[in-house]
Design a protein around this ligand. Structure first.
Ligand code: PEP
Ligand code: MG
Length: 373
């Protein structure tokens, strides 16, 4: 398990006294969460729940869910995933010991989970009790030309609300159980991906709230939780004021935001962006470092609109740029509350946040710094 020691640890302490922005980590597994903590992360800013379903029985249940022909079939498959998710989340909450944990509802392009090999198709057909030809037909029906711009994020939640219900239940039950076990107050932050319309968020939040009421009644306790959203589409930026009426926090997803603002596929950008840099068309890869004049200006607009509606809204960033020093300087200027990056980038993010706070004259030194974990 990595840790910071000696002069490096001392340097980090100086940095923590100087910085204003909090630094969280993107973590989906206990190993990542532990290394995030040992690098000084002050919470999890993004747990991508789809990453929890790529193996073994988990991916089998996921295939069963996606390829079921009706809601009853999907619910049967989701029932298998509920205890798995609940124990995943309990572990994350325990490791993070009362620090904030943002869990994002399912956001994969569905094809990532579909059976591919003949053996997987045979196995899925047996699970569903149908012929292999039926499975192949259902797979073909789910095919998309642009999966990253297709049926993912909150669009899945709207097509299949039972996914939201199961995930919300797993998160909320885990919060209760982890809180009882550890004595820490666990306040899960439930994050909805790929929102562009306020009504999408209304739809999902309504379901989460309904599940929360049920879980509270069943467990005989109250649960504090937050529902917020990724801001990663231009329409969400423009409508940030109305979206903030519903969302209790925003997290900017600069990977998708850069993709959709530029109209460049995030998966294909590598093919030509380096040429753009070489030819002097752009200075830096906008997927790595925030493009201040374009994407950055839009983030600034959303910050202003969100705070007008909800002055105390928590605002962070969890795209790749959350761990990039030049981008962190921009996020400091824009007034974000935190950045979230991969665990190994946490130390550099702590330093970069301190440097940018000092440069901006916004050091918290002498103003009673918050408690560090
Ligand atoms: C993003 O889009 O910036 C983000 C953090 O989400 P993902 O990379 O999982 O789409
Ligand atoms: Mg995204």
């Amino acid at each position: 398990r990595p840790s910071l020691t000696g002069d490096f640890a001392t340097l980090m302490e100086f940095a923590d006294r100087a910085r204003r922005m909090r630094v969280r980590a993107n973590a989906d597994t206990p190993i990542e969460a532990r290394s995030a903590r040992s690098f000084g992360a002050e919470g999890i800013g993004l747990c991508r729940t789809e990453h929890m379903f790529f193996e073994g029985d988990r991916v089998r249940a996921m295939r069963e869910m996606i390829l079921s022909s009706d809601e009853a079939g999907r619910r049967t498959a989701l029932e298998k995933l509920l205890p798995i998710q609940r124990s995943d989340f309990i572990e994350l909450f325990e490791i993070m010991a009362g620090l904030p944990v943002t869990i994002r509802l399912l956001d994969p392009p569905l094809h990532e989970f579909l059976p591919k090999s003949d053996a997987e198709i045979t196995e899925t057909a047996a699970m569903l009790g149908v012929d292999e030809a039926v499975v192949k037909h259902r797979i073909a029906a789910l095919e998309e030309f642009n999966p990253m711009l297709g049926h993912r994020g909150c669009r899945l939640a709207i097509s299949y609300p039972e996914i939201v219900e199961t995930q919300a239940r797993a998160i909320l039950e885990a919060a209760v159980e982890a809180g009882e076990k550890t004595g820490d107050a666990v306040v899960p932050e439930i994050m909805v991906p790929l929102i562009s319309l306020r009504k999408e968020l209304d739809f999902v939040k309504e379901r989460v709230d309904r599940v929360a009421e049920l879980v509270m009644a069943e467990r005989g306790c109250s649960i504090n939780y937050l529902v917020g959203t990724m801001i990663e589409l231009p329409r969400a930026i423009v409508r940030a004021d109305t979206i903030a009426e519903v969302a209790e926090f925003f997290s900017f997803g600069t990977n998708d935001l850069t993709q959709t603002v530029y109209g460049i596929s995030r998966d294909d950008a590598g093919n030509f962006l380096s040429t753009y840099v070489r030819q002097g068309i752009i200075e830096r890869d906008p997927f790595q470092t925030v493009d201040v004049e374009g994407v950055g200006e839009l983030i600034g607009l959303a910050v202003e609109k969100a705070r007008r509606t909800r002055p105390d809204i928590s605002l962070g960033v969890c795209g790749e740029q959350g761990g990039d020093p030049a981008s962190i300087a921009f996020f400091e200027q824009t007034g974000l509350d935190y950045v979230s990056c991969s665990p190994f980038r946490v130390p550099i993010a702590r330093l970069a946040a301190a440097q940018s706070a000092i440069r901006a004259g916004r050091s918290l030194r002498g103003r009673g710094r918050r408690q560090e974990p």
